[in-house]
Design a protein around this ligand. Structure first.
Ligand code: MN3
Length: 245
């Protein structure tokens, strides 16, 4: 394997060529693989790193099947269609997020590029194995939020208060601090020209109804509580370390 192939596989390509204040933060971005063999479909749906039923009873099998295969699958297909024959076609996903704007002409790329990035990240920060945050991460949480309980409460409040569809995030800001934020729809904290609270995402929760409605119906708070049982803290830690450099 040559260096270029290695970079592509490990997802570092986008980060390496990004410029601007988020260039180093984007190193922590989800490793989104591209399929260079097919220039008409540069983006591919990543496989789930566990079985569809692996997160039961916290997240049910049917929700995972529809969410990954149909919803995420559609974001990938629509993103490929949207970038085709545009200047975006030659960019990595991280570069697209950095460039995309509120211009209505960017709408499909914004929604589907965000959708592809956000879900690629989301699958990796879930795990059927019980993990726990490291002492290092806990110390950073205590420093930036005061206590674990405050951190958890603030994250839950952010997730509950998204009106309609969107995401709650833990990010590392450019001054290397942890922060909690939320975004509507498929926007995310790497969209330099769109969102106010920018940073490297290390934890994310999808609060679109498609993420929980089959099992939890209108009870979003129950889904948020269950989410804490299936967080892959090893992955969160990896992203935290990459973000603080
Ligand atoms: Mn979703």
């Amino acid at each position: 394997m040559n260096k270029r192939e290695f970079i592509k596989l490990t997802g570092l390509a986008g980060a390496a060529v990004l410029s601007g204040p988020l260039s180093s933060l984007a190193t922590a971005a989800a490793p989104v693989k591209t399929n260079a063999a097919d220039p008409k479909a540069p983006f591919v749906l990543p496989a789930l790193p566990y079985g569809y039923d692996a997160l039961e009873p916290n997240i049910d099998k049917l929700t995972m099947e529809i969410h990954h295969d149909k919803h995420h699958g559609a974001y990938v297909k629509n993103l490929n269609d949207a970038v085709n024959n545009t200047p975006y076609a030659s960019l990595t996903l991280e570069q697209i997020l950095n460039k995309v704007s509120t211009n209505p002409a960017d709408k499909a790329i914004r929604n589907n590029g965000g959708g592809h990035y956000n879900h690629s990240l989301f699958w990796t920060i879930l795990s059927p194995q019980k993990t726990s945050p490291s002492d290092k991460l806990k110390a950073a949480i205590n420093k930036d939020f005061g206590s674990w309980e405050t951190f958890q409460q603030k994250f839950n409040d952010a997730a509950k208060s998204v009106f309609g569809s969107g995401w709650a995030w833990v990010i590392v800001t450019k001054d290397r601090k942890l922060a909690i934020t939320s975004t509507p729809n498929q926007d995310n904290p790497l969209m330099t020209n769109i969102v106010k609270d920018l940073g490297a995402p290390i934890l994310a929760l999808d609060v679109w109804e498609h993420a929980y409605y089959l099992h939890y119906q209108n009870k979003r708070p129950d889904y948020i509580n269950a989410f804490w049982n299936v967080i892959n803290w090893n992955e969160v830690e990896k992203r935290y370390k990459a973000a603080i450099g």
